[in-house]
Design a protein around this ligand. Structure first.
Ligand code: ARG
Ligand code: GLU
Length: 673
């Protein structure tokens, strides 16, 4: 048995890194450039990243706090995903102006809508500061110094588990306006049904514009601001890419853990994911039921439902993938072999200690999951934690809140909590109240019935009457759970994780020494990365090959006015009937159609939403927005045969702007090749 595993891992090791896996630091892309060029990249490393001249990096932004966007005109026009701009589109929507349903198109600059709080960040530069940190300089000081008195925003991030430190310096723009969004029936076509799936037909894009002061510098919103002039913007290719063609994705992947031990995978697969999936299934059922009964509720909970459902579905795909790949067993075999190799080195014994620490962490980690996914999933807890409760303007906090839905959720979440969490982690306050009330239902009845913060009106009345919010039942409940968490969970969870990270520093170096011929890319941490690969289909199941392209014809096949997720706008049906596709029509799959989405082998993750997918010449081919379901385990275990990222074809984006939005004037400022 042992011998078999030995040969197996040695074999994998000698293959080096699997093709197409990896998220590379742009400043070090020179190390990959020969490989990229061999695969079809036609530009230079300096075209990707440079501190001396305008490079593609200057056309890319971190959009908000978790998406990517790209500049497509010299006047600050920006593309990202519909699901990345969803919060903004929703914020501008009401039953009268339902931009979620009908879409939104500014017909002039004056009609572009400001979005207070939304920012985009350009990476100015990145720098290896490992030696400074190791010489004892504080990372806060290094970052502060790089901010040049507020001109920039900077942070020092660790890579390879504190084996390397990089400084990232950003310029942050604050006046970002909504220019256009397709109706959800296009931008969210397929909804949560098609989410994480292929074949896919979602027009997942939104258009924004960055505004700056008259010197092109960041400024708060002002009618005096002018469109931002970027150092660089993407030219757009209307030629598409065929299966096998080179592509790369340039953006801000959020988080991956490719080098963890079997313990972490086991925890994810056998503890955390099943619990979280179960809790979210209950919440989603309650919300969907309420949404199906009332239009206002559907709008109100649209964004919440989508974001709860997104991770819920991803975890299911991830668990399937981890089970299918037998990642736990594979890692265990690798670890057994590592142990043998490590004997007598500085890496000896690191794995057994890691295993022990993970075992100690387990009860705290799973309880923490229940706190986050059950207790803090009760929206009333979020309201109770809002400091603004005491301030003037509370309405925004209640705009998308239904206490009726929250009550139903609270009952189920508390029941699950009670059944699954060890008694030592249940606050005394709650145990007592529950006993007094007699049942979870009665407790929730009491909680919502006597709290004064379940509606803005009640809250304001209470405030006028000099109500003591600290004694509110919701606040009391939150305090009780927070106190227990802070006292009995957080200290252990934090200190164990700190020890684990320190052990990983050693284990990471050990893995690198052990497989010296392998190239290790740093795990994603929401810093700018390049992933490259090619347009490719995949074998979805025995005998089923998934082609890498979808077209408008597939949308028409799915179209069904009876099903919310598949009910397309009449204008799209009309265009299909008349075949007036203009310059966006192509001959494909044997007929005249419009390309919609495509698959490629770029290694991406959450945060890469909205990232440009680019051809070998540096032209924009599409906007990344998803992965296939079976590839979501790539955050932990990448499989080159299966893992595919999904992008909306730029020709569909332009077709929708032009033919559905009637905003073809926007195309005039783009560079379309
Ligand atoms: N799965 C994609 C991502 O992780 C899209 C999510 C938004 N779409 C949705 N139907 N919830 O962000
Ligand atoms: N839709 C994801 C996003 O936010 C990208 C898909 C993925 O996780 O690969 O960020």
């Amino acid at each position: 048995m042992k011998k078999f595993f030995l040969t197996l891992t040695l074999l994998c090791g000698s293959l080096g890194l699997f093709a197409d896996e990896g998220m590379w630091l742009p400043s070090l892309i020179g190390e990959r450039i020969d490989d990229m060029r061999a695969k079809g990249f036609e530009l230079t490393a300096e075209d990707i990243y440079s501190v001396n001249q305008a490079a593609l990096k200057d056309a890319i932004v971190l959009f908000g706090r978790g998406c990517t966007g790209e500049l497509v005109s010299a006047e600050g026009l920006l593309f990202t995903n519909h699901h990345c701009g969803y919060g903004q589109i929703q914020a501008h929507s009401s039953v009268e102006h339902d931009y979620l349903t009908n879409g939104f198109w500014a017909m002039s600059r004056a009609e572009e809508l400001p979005n207070p709080g939304l920012t985009v960040s350009f990476l100015v530069k990145m720098e290896d500061v490992t030696s400074r940190v190791e010489a004892g300089e504080k990372i806060e000081k290094i970052a502060k110094e790089a901010e040049e008195g507020g001109k920039y925003s900077a942070s020092v991030e660790s890579l390879y588990y504190n084996n390397k430190y990089y400084l990232f310096v950003y310029q942050v723009y604050r006046d970002i306006r909504l220019v256009g969004a397709p109706p959800s029936s296009i931008g969210k076509f397929g909804g949560d049904t098609d989410n994480w799936m292929w074949p896919r037909h979602t027009g997942d894009f939104t258009v924004f514009r960055i505004y700056a002061d008259k010197d092109n510098n960041p400024a708060d919103y002002s009618p005096e601001n002018v469109p931002y002039t970027p150092k660089r913007h993407f030219a757009i290719s209307t030629k598409g890419a065929a299966e096998g063609d080179f592509t790369f994705v340039y953006g801000f992947p959020g988080s991956t853990r490719e080098y963890v031990t079997s313990d972490f995978i086991d925890y994810t697969l056998n503890h955390s994911n099943p619990a979280k999936i179960h809790l979210r299934t209950i919440r989603l059922d309650i919300i969907a039921e309420a949404q199906s009964k009332d239009v206002a509720t559907r709008i109100m909970y649209a964004s919440k439902h989508a974001s709860i459902a997104n991770a819920w579905k991803k975890w299911q795909g991830e668990s399937l993938g981890l089970a299918r790949r037998a990642t736990v067993a594979k890692k265990q075999a690798y670890e057994a072999e590592f142990e043998q190799w490590a004997a007598g080195t500085e890496y000896e014994g690191v794995l057994p200690v890691l295993h022990t620490k993970y075992a100690e962490l387990l009860p705290y980690a799973i309880t923490r999951d229940y706190y986050n996914e059950a207790i803090y999933a009760i929206e009333l807890m979020g309201l109770a934690s809002t400091k603004k409760l005491y301030a003037e303007d509370v309405e925004p906090h209640y705009k998308d809140y239904s206490p009726a839905i929250d009550r139903l959720i609270a009952v189920e979440m508390l029941r699950e909590f009670g059944e699954n969490v060890a008694p030592e982690f249940v606050p005394e306050w709650y145990t007592q109240k529950l006993a007094e009330c007699g049942s979870v239902e009665a407790f929730v009845e009491w909680l919502f019935g006597s709290s004064r913060i379940t509606s803005a009106t009640d809250l304001k009345e209470a405030r006028l009457a000099g109500y003591d919010f600290e004694s509110d039942p919701a606040k009391a409940m939150l305090n009780a759970f927070n106190a227990l968490y802070t006292e009995k969970i957080a200290p252990h969870y934090t200190s164990l994780n700190k020890e684990i990270t320190e052990l990983y520093k050693n284990y990471m170096r050990g893995q690198m020494a052990h497989q010296s011929e392998r190239t290790f890319y740093p795990d994603a941490n929401l810093t700018l990365r390049v992933a490259y690969g090619s347009v490719a289909g995949y074998e979805a199941a025995d005998g089923i090959y998934h082609k890498p392209y979808t077209t408008l014809d597939g949308i028409i096949e799915k179209d069904n006015p009876e099903i919310y997720d598949y009910d397309i706008p009449q204008s799209l049906r009309d265009l299909y009937a008349s075949k007036e596709y203009g310059r966006w029509g192509v001959e494909m799959n044997g007929h005249y159609t419009v390309p919609v989405a495509f698959l490629a082998k770029n290694h991406t993750t959450g945060g890469n939403s909205g990232s440009p997918i680019i051809n070998g010449k540096g032209e924009l081919l599409g906007i990344n927005f998803d992965r296939t379901w079976l590839s979501t385990m790539s955050d932990l275990d990448y499989d080159p045969d299966i893992c595919r990222n999904i992008s909306v074809d730029i020709r569909y984006v332009l077709f929708v702007i032009d033919k559905i939005g009637g905003a073809g004037y926007l195309l005039d400022e783009m560079t379309i090749n």
